[in-house]
Design a protein around this ligand. Sequence first.
Ligand code: FE2
Ligand code: FE2
Length: 348
Amino acid sequence: MNDINPNSSEVPQPRHGCVLVVDDDDQIRRLIVRLLQPTRHALEEAGSAEEALEKLRAVPPDLVLLDMQLPGRSGYELLAEIRGDPRTRLIPVVMITGAATPERKLKAIQEGVTDFLTKPFSPEELAARVQALLELKFVTDALEDAERVIVALARTIDARDRYTYGHSARVSLYAGLLGERIGMKESSLETVRRGGLFHDFGKIAVRDAVLLKPSKLTPGEYAEIQRHPTEGKSLLETMKTLSHAMGVVYHHHERLDGSGYPAGLAGEAIPLTVRVTTIADVFDALTTARVYRGALSREDALGIMADEVRKGWWDGRLLEEFRGVLSTLPEDDERILHISGGPPLSPP
Ligand SMILES: [Fe+2]
Ligand SMILES: [Fe+2]
């Protein structure tokens, strides 16, 4: 007999987190800590913004309870620092307020406060609010972990073939820089960066014997490689965090004259985010060694791409802008070297 009953109706226990209480008034700070003690959360205290920052940097808490009127650096400044640091920007911050004016509340909202707690408050209200916000933080943490796994997985696709090591990360970098140069808005930049990182994800479904084949592919093998945009889309489309990048994953092998795949889209029907990523993809493919040929110089690659613009494949205006990007991006730019610092490329 199995002892574990999967249908057990055990009540889930509240999880415990770390709460940082920031208030220069010792009495109030200690009162809040005392009220929270029965919740069994780890409790940290700070009497000033400076002390709070030190603690935040040492071990980021899961929740900050913050009095906005601190001596020296104000609670607003502390809040701005928390939101500006990638390690702390997602921590919920609750503003503890006596009789804050609507203007002050508005300012706190603009700085990114999560919630308000108005004095006086009951111990029950404090504990319930803290628990609810901690649960939210745990969900955010889990999503961030999932995101990290996905990005690591995207990188392993490149690592499978030593010739394409770092390809997706470089496509993401080039496409982002090209998007910035042509003034894309932030949401589109996010699409090309994400799209760049995941555009070849479907290659996971292509066999090594085909993906790494040094000689000419048979028509059947070529067709297998050509399925990677469709495979990528079907593998990733259920992931909400990547939905905006799905167009790039699915269409990055389209050509302006409609001769590309898988949909045979033409002209303006190919979204700008896709056309930008395609320029980055083709350029990186040409300038890095492949199993069937060596790396081309930047100038040779741009020459080939200019010929392909004349054939009607790529967006010539974007290629010109991309030349501009490259003129300010030396080949030994730290970002490129950092991405490409993978396994050494020795002859097969
Ligand atoms: Fe591709
Ligand atoms: Fe690619």
